[in-house]
Design a protein around this ligand. Structure first.
Ligand code: ZN
Length: 291
């Protein structure tokens, strides 16, 4: 009887033990689409917190020790993660999803990690997530492939939707200011120019010199609207808006999901809508305290 119970506990436990830990909320959304229901997907950095700098909690360490697979962006997006994996002697396989991807140059780390803001690049992330899951659990391969293929098609449709929406903006209404340089891939994919007081990472605060440079750029390039990001401090952006007379365009999402954008698809759709609304409006009085 005892043996039967132990056997039951063993198989019961291992049946629900398939665990993937991802670094932040955007990857969680992508991985959930690909992973079958028998695989749990958990994010270390919760939605609403900044993955550029994060302090792991005790519960994160417990989760990492139980994990089968750890997925991260890499390219110095989560500089704290390799340290934690080493110091905690985490045994789970760690897959860095941007490895081998064609990355934009720039920033003090040399490359720009924000690939997910180009939906086509997110399709590559999704392919890599599927590969990692299939290698880990070959018995789920078929199910994973079905899910990957369906979601990849949804992403393709989203990419076309964003392209079509923003294609309607005239050439002189495509320049904006955002909090940090997260939108380089978005800029290349969808033809919007972004300037920001802060670097590719939010690890360092913008200096007075950064702000002065930006105000100069805003005037030279004739930017139209300033957006805050869901994780950013609005103070400097408000100052820039005041000094340059730029309109306040609302909030864009770059490095985290939120209550208003709880999935990747919703986040990208909301970004495109927010940009389009602000840039297509000719009014100069749109200001608000959203955030
Ligand atoms: Zn960022």
């Amino acid at each position: 009887m005892k043996a039967v119970l132990l056997l039951f506990l063993f198989f019961g436990a291992s049946a629900q033990a398939k665990s993937v830990i991802v670094s932040f909320s955007v990857l969680e959304s992508l991985a959930r689409e690909v992973a079958p229901p028998s695989v749990s997907v958990t994010s270390l950095v919760p939605a609403g917190q900044d993955a550029h700098h994060y302090e792991t909690k005790a519960s994160d360490l417990v989760a990492l020790k139980k994990a089968d697979l750890v997925l991260s962006v890499g390219a110095s997006f989560e500089p704290w993660l390799p340290r934690v994996l080493r110091s905690q002697k985490v045994k789970a396989q760690h897959v860095t999803l941007t490895q081998g991807m064609d990355l934009r140059k720039g920033g003090h780390h040399g490359v720009d990690p924000h690939v997910w803001l180009d939906v086509q690049k997110s399709r590559l992330l999704v392919d890599k997530i599927a590969q990692a899951l299939q290698q880990k659990w070959p018995e789920l391969s078929k199910e994973i492939e079905t899910r990957r293929s369906r979601f990849s098609n949804e992403l393709l449709a989203l990419d076309q939707e964003i392209r079509q929406k923003l294609a309607g903006l005239p050439e002189d209404r495509r320049t904006v200011v955002v909090a940090h340089q997260a939108f380089g891939y978005f800029a290349e994919a969808y033809g919007i120019r972004f300037f920001s007081p802060q670097n590719l990472s939010t690890e360092s605060e913008p200096t007075a010199k950064d702000v002065a440079r930006l105000i100069r750029q805003v005037r030279e390039k004739k930017a139209q609207v300033v957006f805050s990001e869901s994780l950013s401090d609005q103070k400097i952006l408000r100052q820039i808006a005041r000094e340059t007379g730029l309109r306040w365009g609302g909030v864009l999402h770059s490095d985290s999901l939120s209550e208003t954008a709880p999935t990747y698809l919703q986040m990208m759709r909301l970004n495109a809508e927010t940009l389009f609304e602000a840039l297509s409006s000719s009014s100069t009085s749109s200001s608000g305290g959203e955030g």
